[in-house]
Write a protein that binds this ligand. Structure first.
Ligand code: PLP
Length: 659
């Protein structure tokens, strides 16, 4: 498990168990050994108990652990409660979850339910998000906040006012100056007073991956001048008492405490000024940005990690707000955060299988090369290059030999284009190049010392295999492709065996970007790796992997490249009433994912009409005598519309390990 740095990025939620399989610790550090959940074993048992129908072993599969969600929520609340206590802060913390991070009904409803006793609320950034937040919060605490961010039209504003009518604590946060007129007009029409917040555009900017959101040239928020203008207008309209909240967001993954302190202090002073100008200020909403340690380095220097813990983050916020309020003699506000990533990243695991492996410049290529015929005499310049190459190979100088092989390969294309080289000769030259590359690779591997201290290979060792995985990067880990996001990926079993293959992962889409080539590094000094260590595939046995920390944004951002649909979702949690009771576990299939019918429908096709057309065509072909058995073809067609968009594998998971 040290090879995959599970203990570093796992925040105590994941571990390799004694059976060499990945296990989930649903209550983080408080998890007792008998509460650990062996992921594959739980799925296998559920399959045996027929809970999953024919889903498993078809992958990919999103496996959610609602207990982790509960734990993250409670950890966040308790981090702020502790900070408030330590610094004798005169207010309390009341967070909201930005639903854009994961709009899944169960995720949102779980958050509302688990956070009800500490009045946890929701944040929406659009009309559909507002509607789902409104209906979810009907079951939540009546004190919970419902924050309305994002650009707004009259319909959005009136929905937010309807939420107020329903006694939801709904705050309309103005992102643009023009929104104020809309809010004032709609409130007058509906004869009700709005709760207004302002989103400030801070000068504080962070240099991390997501820092573009912030700073004076950031896309969102109101400048100081606009804020003052709004205050004056509200005062003139005798509605300054409606202004109660100040919001800002300096970007996701805030790298360090000094950056956080800068932003919160700047905003806290704006908050105080607003209060001193006569607004009825009650809440400071610090936005999102609480980071996740994707690479396990815990370092502010890494853009895949942050240099603080959740507890340190909370203390920094409390102290910065308290200092500003004390200095300006303003009552300390309720602290609100819109942490998304830090709340939901850990709670789900994407399970997928490896379909096959391909050796990079594989040694099998070597065998092929030896048996391949030249097919006649090569043109003289190529012959000369080949002779030099052969003598370099004889003395073991594969580096220089590869240069000659490449030169030979490039010139052979020109000869071929001119018609003076046969296809067989071209194939021969290409194979010679692959053979020399394989020899060099083999030599490098032999030379690459395995560093026992750091458990890593010499940095020159490159990947030597491509593992083809049964998913779409664009659907299930879009940030990998879009912004180079790193997610920890670990085999879910065989962790007690030495992984001897250095692989990159390639997905099902016919797109060369559909691959994973950056991984969590295995050594202290090397937090990134250009390959991951995996086990050789075994004939007839499945090989499962998990992508971790992908519970935020990935499901919402996933695209339909090649029409691979949303994977099915399974929940694994502590047993209570209902579901399938498997010892102390409950496994529920909550959705089947999108099948071929669903994805076609999503592209405006009418699958049933398509089916009729195809049936008719088959029948007509049969009449013409082209097809003798149309029934079989028809039933294959019928089934295909309702099957998975992913590849089905016949491997049964019995080889996953003894249970
Ligand atoms: N609030 C706002 C306004 C945002 O734009 C975002 C996302 O960037 C968030 C909250 C959530 O941020 P995070 O997931 O980093 O906590």
């Amino acid at each position: 498990s040290s090879l995959y740095k599970i203990e570093s990025w796992g925040s105590s939620y994941f571990t390799a168990n004694a059976a060499g399989r990945m296990a989930v610790r649903p209550f983080g550090p408080d998890t007792k050994p008998n509460e650990e959940i062996d992921i594959l074993q739980a799925l296998q048992k559920a399959m045996e108990g027929d809970v999953l129908g024919d889903l498993y072993p078809i992958s990919p599969l999103i496996v959610r652990f609602p207990d982790i969600l509960r734990d993250r929520l409670e950890r966040l609340q308790s981090a702020f409660d502790t900070g408030i206590k330590i610094f004798h802060y005169q207010g309390h913390f009341q967070g909201v979850f930005p639903v854009k991070c994961n709009q899944d009904r169960y995720v949102v409803e779980n958050i509302v339910e688990f956070g009800k006793h500490f009045h946890f609320g929701l944040e929406a950034g659009s009309k559909p998000e507002l509607l789902l937040a409104m209906s979810s919060l009907c079951k939540g605490s009546s004190d919970a906040l419902l924050i309305c961010n994002g650009y707004k039209d009259a319909e959005y504003v009136s929905l937010a006012l309807v939420a107020r009518k329903m006694k939801l604590n709904c705050v309309i946060v103005l992102e643009q100056e023009e929104e104020l007129d809309l809010v004032l007009d709609m409130s007058r029409k509906l004869s009700m007073e709005p709760l207004i917040g302002l989103r400030a555009k801070l000068n504080t900017k962070h240099g991390g991956h997501f820092g573009e959101t912030s700073g004076e040239n950031g896309k969102f928020g109101l400048s100081c001048a606009q804020i003052v203008g709004i205050v004056c207008k509200l005062r003139r309209r005798k509605m300054l008492h409606c202004l109660q909240l100040l919001h800002f967001h300096i970007g996701s993954q805030i790298p360090s405490l000094p950056v956080l302190n800068d932003g919160v202090s700047e905003a806290a002073h704006i908050y105080c000024e607003l209060s001193l100008m006569g607004a009825n200020m009650k809440y400071i909403d610090i936005g999102g940005g609480l980071g996740v340690d994707y690479d396990g380095s815990g370092s502010a220097e890494s853009d895949m990690s942050v240099g603080y813990t959740m507890e340190e983050y909370a203390k920094e916020v409390v102290l910065a707000v308290k200092c500003a309020c004390q200095m300006k003699g303003v009552k300390q506000p309720t602290l609100c955060s819109e942490s998304g990533r830090a709340l939901v990243s850990h709670h789900s695991v994407l399970v997928f299988n490896v379909l096959c492996a391909e050796e990079k410049n594989g040694h099998s290529v070597g065998d092929k090369g030896l048996s391949l015929e030249v097919g006649g005499t090569l043109p003289e310049p190529l012959c000369n290059l080949q002779e030099c190459l052969a003598s370099l190979v004889r003395v073991g100088n594969y580096e220089s030999a590869l240069e000659y092989a490449l030169c030979m390969k490039l010139s052979s294309v020109n000869y071929f284009k001119k018609g003076s080289l046969s296809l067989m000769q071209l194939a021969y030259v290409n194979t010679v190049h692959e053979l020399v590359a394989a020899m060099l690779e083999k030599k490098r591997c032999e030379m690459a010392a395995y560093d026992g201290v750091y458990g890593q290979w010499h940095k020159d060792a490159a990947y030597n295999a491509i593992y083809h995985i049964n998913l779409s990067i664009f659907k299930s880990m879009p940030d990998t492709w879009a912004i180079g996001q790193l997610f920890p990926i670990v085999p879910l079993h065989r962790l007690d065996e030495e992984p001897t293959v250095r692989a990159i992962l390639s997905d099902l889409t016919c797109d060369s970007d559909g691959k994973v080539t950056t991984f969590v590094g295995s050594g202290e000094m090397n937090t990134r790796a250009t390959y991951m260590k995996v086990h050789p595939l075994q004939e007839g046995k499945p090989y499962y992997m998990g992508m971790f920390l992908g519970g935020a944004y990935q499901e919402a951002l996933g695209g339909m490249h090649n029409l691979f649909g949303a994977p099915p979702v399974v929940h694994i949690m502590r047993a209570n009433e209902g579901g399938s009771n498997m010892g102390n576990l409950q496994v529920l299939k909550v959705n089947n994912g999108e099948n071929i019918y669903d994805v076609l429908k999503g592209m405006q096709y009418e699958p049933l009409t398509m089916l009729e057309t195809l049936h008719l065509q088959l029948q007509n072909s049969a009449k013409d005598g082209d097809s003798h058995e149309p029934e079989e073809a028809m039933s294959a067609l019928d089934c295909s519309f309702f099957s998975s968009t992913y590849l089905s594998t016949n491997n049964l998971p019995s080889s996953v390990g003894s249970t």
